[in-house]
Design a protein around this ligand. Structure first.
Ligand SMILES: [Zn+2]
Ligand SMILES: [Zn+2]
Length: 369
Protein backbone atom coordinates (compact mmCIF):
# COMPACT_ATOMS: atom_id res chain seq x y z
CA UNK A 1 0.00 0.00 0.00
CA UNK A 2 1.52 3.32 -1.06
CA UNK A 3 -1.38 5.72 -1.71
CA UNK A 4 -2.78 8.07 0.93
CA UNK A 5 -5.95 6.96 2.71
CA UNK A 6 -9.04 9.18 2.93
CA UNK A 7 -10.28 9.54 6.52
CA UNK A 8 -12.49 11.69 8.74
CA UNK A 9 -10.72 13.24 11.70
CA UNK A 10 -11.70 15.44 14.66
CA UNK A 11 -9.39 18.47 14.44
CA UNK A 12 -8.66 21.12 17.08
CA UNK A 13 -7.82 24.27 15.08
CA UNK A 14 -6.74 26.51 17.99
CA UNK A 15 -6.51 26.44 21.79
CA UNK A 16 -9.98 26.18 23.31
CA UNK A 17 -11.80 25.64 19.99
CA UNK A 18 -14.24 22.71 19.78
CA UNK A 19 -13.42 19.60 17.78
CA UNK A 20 -14.54 19.81 14.14
CA UNK A 21 -14.84 16.65 12.06
CA UNK A 22 -13.18 17.14 8.68
CA UNK A 23 -11.88 15.16 5.69
CA UNK A 24 -8.13 14.43 5.78
CA UNK A 25 -5.61 12.12 4.12
CA UNK A 26 -3.47 9.71 6.12
CA UNK A 27 -0.15 8.62 4.62
CA UNK A 28 0.49 4.96 3.81
CA UNK A 29 2.39 3.07 6.55
CA UNK A 30 6.18 3.31 6.52
CA UNK A 31 8.35 0.25 7.28
CA UNK A 32 7.74 0.28 11.07
CA UNK A 33 4.16 1.62 10.94
CA UNK A 34 0.71 0.02 11.14
CA UNK A 35 -2.52 1.42 9.64
CA UNK A 36 -5.57 0.75 11.80
CA UNK A 37 -9.27 1.14 10.94
CA UNK A 38 -10.58 2.58 14.20
CA UNK A 39 -13.46 0.91 16.04
CA UNK A 40 -13.46 2.88 19.32
CA UNK A 41 -11.42 5.60 21.07
CA UNK A 42 -11.64 6.75 24.67
CA UNK A 43 -11.43 10.40 25.66
CA UNK A 44 -8.75 10.92 28.33
CA UNK A 45 -8.19 14.00 30.48
CA UNK A 46 -4.98 14.65 28.51
CA UNK A 47 -7.00 15.11 25.29
CA UNK A 48 -9.11 17.78 26.97
CA UNK A 49 -6.03 19.41 28.57
CA UNK A 50 -4.29 19.61 25.16
CA UNK A 51 -7.41 21.03 23.50
CA UNK A 52 -7.58 23.77 26.13
CA UNK A 53 -3.96 24.82 26.49
CA UNK A 54 -1.41 22.14 27.43
CA UNK A 55 1.25 22.96 24.83
CA UNK A 56 0.87 20.94 21.62
CA UNK A 57 1.17 22.29 18.07
CA UNK A 58 -2.09 23.31 16.36
CA UNK A 59 -4.07 22.38 14.34
CA UNK A 60 -3.90 18.84 15.67
CA UNK A 61 -5.74 15.52 15.66
CA UNK A 62 -5.77 14.27 19.28
CA UNK A 63 -6.99 10.89 20.59
CA UNK A 64 -4.74 8.36 22.35
CA UNK A 65 -6.92 5.50 23.59
CA UNK A 66 -7.70 3.81 20.27
CA UNK A 67 -8.80 0.29 19.43
CA UNK A 68 -9.37 -1.12 15.95
CA UNK A 69 -8.53 -3.61 13.23
CA UNK A 70 -5.23 -3.64 11.36
CA UNK A 71 -5.80 -2.61 7.74
CA UNK A 72 -2.19 -2.53 6.44
CA UNK A 73 1.35 -2.97 7.75
CA UNK A 74 4.75 -1.58 6.77
CA UNK A 75 7.41 -3.79 5.19
CA UNK A 76 9.37 -4.18 8.43
CA UNK A 77 6.42 -5.14 10.67
CA UNK A 78 6.63 -8.74 11.92
CA UNK A 79 4.49 -9.16 15.06
CA UNK A 80 1.28 -7.43 13.91
CA UNK A 81 -0.81 -8.87 11.04
CA UNK A 82 -3.58 -7.48 8.83
CA UNK A 83 -6.92 -8.29 10.50
CA UNK A 84 -5.51 -8.32 14.05
CA UNK A 85 -7.60 -6.66 16.76
CA UNK A 86 -5.38 -4.09 18.47
CA UNK A 87 -5.20 -1.50 21.25
CA UNK A 88 -2.92 1.51 20.72
CA UNK A 89 -0.79 2.85 23.57
CA UNK A 90 2.04 5.37 23.99
CA UNK A 91 5.27 5.34 21.97
CA UNK A 92 8.81 4.86 23.22
CA UNK A 93 12.23 4.36 21.60
CA UNK A 94 12.83 0.80 22.80
CA UNK A 95 16.55 1.53 23.14
CA UNK A 96 17.32 4.03 25.93
CA UNK A 97 18.28 3.09 29.49
CA UNK A 98 14.69 3.17 30.81
CA UNK A 99 13.23 1.36 27.79
CA UNK A 100 15.83 -1.34 28.33
CA UNK A 101 14.69 -1.60 31.96
CA UNK A 102 11.06 -2.21 30.79
CA UNK A 103 10.06 1.32 31.88
CA UNK A 104 8.99 2.79 28.50
CA UNK A 105 6.77 5.46 30.14
CA UNK A 106 10.04 7.10 31.21
CA UNK A 107 11.65 6.87 27.76
CA UNK A 108 14.19 9.66 27.31
CA UNK A 109 12.34 10.70 24.14
CA UNK A 110 8.77 10.29 25.49
CA UNK A 111 7.72 13.90 24.78
CA UNK A 112 8.94 14.25 21.18
CA UNK A 113 7.53 10.81 20.37
CA UNK A 114 4.08 11.40 21.88
CA UNK A 115 3.39 15.13 21.76
CA UNK A 116 5.39 16.78 18.94
CA UNK A 117 2.75 16.28 16.22
CA UNK A 118 5.20 15.00 13.60
CA UNK A 119 7.34 11.85 13.13
CA UNK A 120 10.23 11.78 15.63
CA UNK A 121 12.53 10.35 12.92
CA UNK A 122 12.38 13.15 10.32
CA UNK A 123 9.73 15.71 11.34
CA UNK A 124 7.31 14.65 8.59
CA UNK A 125 3.51 14.70 8.98
CA UNK A 126 1.30 11.61 8.84
CA UNK A 127 -1.89 13.61 8.26
CA UNK A 128 -2.54 16.16 5.50
CA UNK A 129 -5.52 18.13 4.24
CA UNK A 130 -5.46 19.37 0.64
CA UNK A 131 -1.70 18.79 0.68
CA UNK A 132 -1.11 20.85 3.86
CA UNK A 133 0.24 19.12 6.99
CA UNK A 134 -2.00 18.68 10.06
CA UNK A 135 -0.29 17.76 13.34
CA UNK A 136 -0.86 14.15 14.28
CA UNK A 137 1.03 11.28 15.93
CA UNK A 138 -0.59 12.22 19.23
CA UNK A 139 0.72 9.40 21.43
CA UNK A 140 1.80 7.97 18.07
CA UNK A 141 -1.80 7.33 17.00
CA UNK A 142 -4.08 10.44 16.76
CA UNK A 143 -7.02 8.11 17.06
CA UNK A 144 -9.84 10.69 16.90
CA UNK A 145 -10.09 9.67 13.24
CA UNK A 146 -11.57 6.84 11.21
CA UNK A 147 -8.03 5.59 10.43
CA UNK A 148 -4.89 5.92 12.53
CA UNK A 149 -1.20 5.25 11.95
CA UNK A 150 0.77 3.81 14.84
CA UNK A 151 4.15 2.08 15.14
CA UNK A 152 4.42 -1.65 15.65
CA UNK A 153 5.99 -0.86 19.03
CA UNK A 154 2.86 0.86 20.45
CA UNK A 155 0.35 -1.51 18.79
CA UNK A 156 -0.80 -4.26 21.16
CA UNK A 157 -2.49 -7.34 19.66
CA UNK A 158 -5.61 -8.43 21.59
CA UNK A 159 -7.64 -11.61 21.94
CA UNK A 160 -10.50 -11.52 19.40
CA UNK A 161 -13.05 -12.72 21.97
CA UNK A 162 -12.83 -9.35 23.81
CA UNK A 163 -15.25 -6.43 23.09
CA UNK A 164 -12.97 -4.47 20.74
CA UNK A 165 -15.05 -1.26 20.74
CA UNK A 166 -14.37 -0.51 24.44
CA UNK A 167 -10.76 -1.75 24.75
CA UNK A 168 -9.07 1.57 23.83
CA UNK A 169 -8.95 3.08 27.34
CA UNK A 170 -6.79 0.13 28.43
CA UNK A 171 -4.09 1.93 26.39
CA UNK A 172 -3.94 5.02 28.64
CA UNK A 173 -6.42 6.04 31.36
CA UNK A 174 -7.18 2.61 32.74
CA UNK A 175 -3.54 1.52 32.40
CA UNK A 176 -2.51 4.69 34.27
CA UNK A 177 -4.76 3.97 37.26
CA UNK A 178 -4.53 0.20 37.48
CA UNK A 179 -0.80 0.25 36.74
CA UNK A 180 -0.19 2.83 39.46
CA UNK A 181 -1.69 0.49 42.07
CA UNK A 182 -0.32 -2.80 40.71
CA UNK A 183 3.02 -1.92 39.09
CA UNK A 184 4.20 1.33 40.67
CA UNK A 185 2.98 0.79 44.25
CA UNK A 186 3.19 -2.98 43.88
CA UNK A 187 0.26 -3.44 46.25
CA UNK A 188 0.10 -6.95 47.70
CA UNK A 189 -2.87 -9.02 48.91
CA UNK A 190 -4.26 -7.53 52.12
CA UNK A 191 -2.41 -4.20 51.87
CA UNK A 192 -4.43 -0.98 52.12
CA UNK A 193 -4.82 1.93 49.73
CA UNK A 194 -6.46 5.37 49.85
CA UNK A 195 -7.41 6.88 46.48
CA UNK A 196 -8.06 10.62 46.29
CA UNK A 197 -10.39 11.32 43.35
CA UNK A 198 -12.88 8.83 41.92
CA UNK A 199 -12.64 9.69 38.21
CA UNK A 200 -11.51 7.32 35.46
CA UNK A 201 -7.93 7.03 36.77
CA UNK A 202 -8.88 6.74 40.46
CA UNK A 203 -11.54 4.10 39.83
CA UNK A 204 -9.12 2.19 37.56
CA UNK A 205 -6.66 2.14 40.46
CA UNK A 206 -9.46 0.66 42.57
CA UNK A 207 -10.09 -2.02 39.90
CA UNK A 208 -6.38 -2.87 39.82
CA UNK A 209 -6.17 -3.10 43.61
CA UNK A 210 -9.20 -5.43 43.68
CA UNK A 211 -7.77 -7.58 40.85
CA UNK A 212 -4.70 -8.35 43.01
CA UNK A 213 -6.73 -8.87 46.23
CA UNK A 214 -5.75 -5.72 48.11
CA UNK A 215 -7.22 -5.21 51.59
CA UNK A 216 -9.05 -1.99 52.53
CA UNK A 217 -9.44 0.47 49.65
CA UNK A 218 -10.83 3.90 50.53
CA UNK A 219 -12.03 6.27 47.79
CA UNK A 220 -12.29 9.99 48.60
CA UNK A 221 -14.62 11.65 46.10
CA UNK A 222 -17.10 14.55 46.30
CA UNK A 223 -19.60 13.27 43.67
CA UNK A 224 -22.24 10.91 45.08
CA UNK A 225 -22.62 8.92 41.85
CA UNK A 226 -18.92 8.18 41.72
CA UNK A 227 -18.85 7.14 45.39
CA UNK A 228 -21.72 4.72 44.71
CA UNK A 229 -19.85 3.27 41.72
CA UNK A 230 -16.67 2.94 43.84
CA UNK A 231 -18.61 0.86 46.39
CA UNK A 232 -20.08 -1.27 43.58
CA UNK A 233 -16.54 -1.86 42.22
CA UNK A 234 -15.24 -3.05 45.59
CA UNK A 235 -14.14 -0.02 47.61
CA UNK A 236 -14.38 -0.94 51.29
CA UNK A 237 -15.03 2.68 52.32
CA UNK A 238 -15.87 5.97 50.63
CA UNK A 239 -15.47 9.49 52.02
CA UNK A 240 -17.28 12.63 50.83
CA UNK A 241 -14.68 15.40 51.40
CA UNK A 242 -17.42 18.06 51.27
CA UNK A 243 -19.25 16.47 54.18
CA UNK A 244 -16.05 15.37 55.95
CA UNK A 245 -13.30 17.92 55.11
CA UNK A 246 -10.81 16.32 57.56
CA UNK A 247 -10.22 13.27 55.37
CA UNK A 248 -7.02 12.44 57.27
CA UNK A 249 -8.86 12.06 60.58
CA UNK A 250 -11.57 10.01 58.84
CA UNK A 251 -9.08 7.60 57.26
CA UNK A 252 -7.38 7.13 60.65
CA UNK A 253 -10.76 6.52 62.27
CA UNK A 254 -11.76 3.96 59.61
CA UNK A 255 -8.56 1.92 59.20
CA UNK A 256 -5.84 3.53 61.35
CA UNK A 257 -3.77 4.53 58.28
CA UNK A 258 -2.91 3.07 54.88
CA UNK A 259 0.08 1.36 53.27
CA UNK A 260 -0.35 3.32 50.04
CA UNK A 261 -2.11 6.39 48.71
CA UNK A 262 -2.74 7.74 45.23
CA UNK A 263 -3.62 11.34 44.44
CA UNK A 264 -5.40 11.96 41.14
CA UNK A 265 -6.47 15.52 42.00
CA UNK A 266 -3.22 17.52 41.88
CA UNK A 267 -4.51 19.66 44.77
CA UNK A 268 -1.64 20.44 47.21
CA UNK A 269 -3.86 20.25 50.34
CA UNK A 270 -5.04 16.79 49.27
CA UNK A 271 -1.45 15.65 48.88
CA UNK A 272 -0.65 16.98 52.37
CA UNK A 273 -3.43 14.84 53.88
CA UNK A 274 -2.41 11.80 51.80
CA UNK A 275 1.18 11.90 53.09
CA UNK A 276 0.02 11.98 56.72
CA UNK A 277 -2.46 9.12 56.15
CA UNK A 278 0.41 6.71 55.36
CA UNK A 279 1.62 4.02 57.75
CA UNK A 280 5.40 3.57 58.20
CA UNK A 281 7.20 2.79 54.87
CA UNK A 282 4.11 4.04 53.05
CA UNK A 283 4.23 5.28 49.47
CA UNK A 284 2.22 8.13 47.96
CA UNK A 285 1.88 8.01 44.18
CA UNK A 286 1.02 11.28 42.42
CA UNK A 287 -1.03 11.18 39.22
CA UNK A 288 -2.83 14.55 39.18
CA UNK A 289 -1.68 17.69 37.39
CA UNK A 290 -0.73 20.33 40.03
CA UNK A 291 -1.02 24.12 39.74
CA UNK A 292 2.17 25.26 37.91
CA UNK A 293 3.56 27.16 40.93
CA UNK A 294 2.80 24.47 43.58
CA UNK A 295 5.58 23.05 45.76
CA UNK A 296 5.48 19.86 47.83
CA UNK A 297 3.36 20.58 50.97
CA UNK A 298 4.70 17.85 53.26
CA UNK A 299 6.51 17.96 56.60
CA UNK A 300 9.98 16.47 56.09
CA UNK A 301 10.48 15.31 59.71
CA UNK A 302 7.12 13.55 59.64
CA UNK A 303 8.17 11.76 56.44
CA UNK A 304 11.62 10.90 57.86
CA UNK A 305 10.38 9.14 60.96
CA UNK A 306 8.02 6.92 58.94
CA UNK A 307 10.34 6.36 55.94
CA UNK A 308 7.79 7.76 53.50
CA UNK A 309 8.22 7.76 49.71
CA UNK A 310 6.44 10.29 47.48
CA UNK A 311 6.74 9.87 43.72
CA UNK A 312 5.09 10.78 40.42
CA UNK A 313 3.87 7.92 38.25
CA UNK A 314 3.59 8.07 34.44
CA UNK A 315 1.33 5.64 32.52
CA UNK A 316 1.13 3.32 35.54
CA UNK A 317 4.79 2.27 35.17
CA UNK A 318 3.39 -0.08 32.52
CA UNK A 319 4.98 -1.82 29.57
CA UNK A 320 1.82 -1.78 27.39
CA UNK A 321 2.75 -4.99 25.54
CA UNK A 322 2.71 -6.84 28.87
CA UNK A 323 0.20 -4.93 31.01
CA UNK A 324 -2.69 -4.40 28.55
CA UNK A 325 -3.11 -8.17 27.91
CA UNK A 326 -2.80 -8.71 31.68
CA UNK A 327 -5.73 -6.34 32.38
CA UNK A 328 -7.73 -8.03 29.58
CA UNK A 329 -7.06 -11.39 31.24
CA UNK A 330 -8.41 -10.08 34.55
CA UNK A 331 -11.48 -8.78 32.68
CA UNK A 332 -12.13 -12.20 31.12
CA UNK A 333 -11.78 -13.78 34.54
CA UNK A 334 -14.43 -11.41 35.96
CA UNK A 335 -11.92 -9.62 38.22
CA UNK A 336 -11.62 -6.29 36.40
CA UNK A 337 -15.01 -4.91 35.26
CA UNK A 338 -13.62 -1.80 33.54
CA UNK A 339 -16.66 -1.79 31.21
CA UNK A 340 -18.63 -0.32 34.16
CA UNK A 341 -16.63 2.93 33.77
CA UNK A 342 -17.50 3.36 30.09
CA UNK A 343 -20.23 5.34 28.31
CA UNK A 344 -20.42 5.06 24.51
CA UNK A 345 -20.96 8.01 22.13
CA UNK A 346 -21.01 8.18 18.31
CA UNK A 347 -17.76 9.68 16.93
CA UNK A 348 -19.53 12.82 15.67
CA UNK A 349 -20.65 13.59 19.25
CA UNK A 350 -17.06 14.06 20.44
CA UNK A 351 -17.73 17.52 21.93
CA UNK A 352 -20.83 16.28 23.79
CA UNK A 353 -18.88 13.24 25.06
CA UNK A 354 -16.03 15.36 26.42
CA UNK A 355 -18.54 17.73 28.03
CA UNK A 356 -20.35 14.80 29.70
CA UNK A 357 -17.04 13.61 31.21
CA UNK A 358 -16.18 17.10 32.51
CA UNK A 359 -19.59 17.39 34.16
CA UNK A 360 -19.20 13.95 35.77
CA UNK A 361 -22.15 12.37 33.96
CA UNK A 362 -19.90 9.68 32.48
CA UNK A 363 -16.61 8.39 33.89
CA UNK A 364 -14.92 7.30 30.68
CA UNK A 365 -16.50 8.26 27.35
CA UNK A 366 -15.62 6.07 24.37
CA UNK A 367 -16.29 7.26 20.82
CA UNK A 368 -17.63 4.56 18.52
CA UNK A 369 -16.87 4.73 14.78
ZN1 LIG B 1 13.40 4.98 25.29
ZN1 LIG C 1 -4.34 9.55 28.56
Amino acid sequence: MTANIAARAAIVREVGAPWTIENVEISAPRADEVLIKMVGTGICHTDTACRTGFPVPMPIVLGHEGSGIVEAIGSGVTKVKVGDHVVLSFDSCGECLNCNKDQPAYCYTFYPRNLAGVRASDGSAQITQDGKPINGLFFCQSSFATYALARELNTVVMDKSLPLDILGPLGCGIQTGAGAAVNALGILPGESLAIFGGGAVGLSALLGARAVDAGAVIVVEPQAGRRALALELGATHVIDPKETPDTLAKIKELVGGVNYALDTTGIPAVMAAAVEALLPKGVLGLLGVPPPEATVPANMMSMLIRGITVRYIVEGDADPQEFIPRMAGWYKAGKFPFDKLIGKFPFDQINEAAHAAEKGGVIKPVLIF
